[in-house]
Write a new protein. Sequence first.
Length: 368
Amino acid sequence: MSTLTTPSSNTFQIHLTDTPVPEAERAAALASPQFGTVFTDHMARVSWTHATGWTGRRVEKYGPLLLDPATAVLHYGQEVFEGLKAYRHPDDSVWTFRPDANAARFARSARRLALPELPEADFLGAIRALVAVDREWVPSGEETSLYLRPFMYASERFLGVRPSLEAEFLVIASPVGPYFAGGVKPVSIWVSQDYHRAGAGGTGAAKCGGNYAASLLPQQEAYAKGFEQVCFLDDRTNTQLEELGGMNVVVVMADGSVVTPALSGTILEGVTRSSILTLLAEGGHEVAERPLLLEDLRRGLADGSVTEVFACGTAAVMTPIGRLASDDFDLVVGDGTAGPVTTRIRAQLTDIQYGRAADRHGWMHRLV
């Protein structure tokens, strides 16, 4: 056992696995990584109880969790998670993108789900410790990265509707390629007018499993209709675009201005969304965060005043939308291909993430 001291001065104990993945098998996984199917040798972990606070900072062998049938998360859904990536740069160093923003959102999500708020130092320390141990798992191919999944769940053995007095925080990691199997190409979107992702006063602004579970049936129905993703409308009027099942949506107008739905408490505040809006504004685009009516978008696609629509999020970064449809319309976005604004901003953002361009905003944080 060895120790690794993180910038937070918290010490993560390192317990190395006794059954590491063979080098040849790891090399094969890194050569053609699939999203979220293969995981590294280790995971980071910190435990919490109401009586002791956060303790037991360690990196240990990746493996199954032992849960009592009465574990609170299995009955009341008290859990939150995050998603961010580690990128191998040309000099072989490994960096991540705006982890402080993910740490802050993780704390907000935990607060909404009545879970303990993990200190930012522990969030960043766990990521740094895990990546230092599993550095060889960070791929170096085009559009590849090590996807990091921090999560927390209510671990108390208890049946009763109250916040859990025990919780576990973990970070697992998976080498990944493009989120969509076809790579970066326009996707087709079904606009759901029957289901809603979240409601006012609910958990829409938190990154928790329940929001994603609510999106799975409409997503399944979209697949059955031949579409790759589903977009949700607001629950009050059923007229305003909100977000996709796991990504924010942005609309580019013919005059170069950009519109994205305003954060209203029902939309997840995306780290990638925030970064893209900054780059757009710096590039001379007028950026508006306001309600986006489906009828206005339909009209704009029909008359050409809307030229591009794209989705954005950590997993896919930026994905052009080539087709938008529902029960009463079916429209092509622009000419159906990735537009110039989407292409330019995506390249600008990924160049920063992969170390090919200067990071003027201080967004990148070196891990190892």
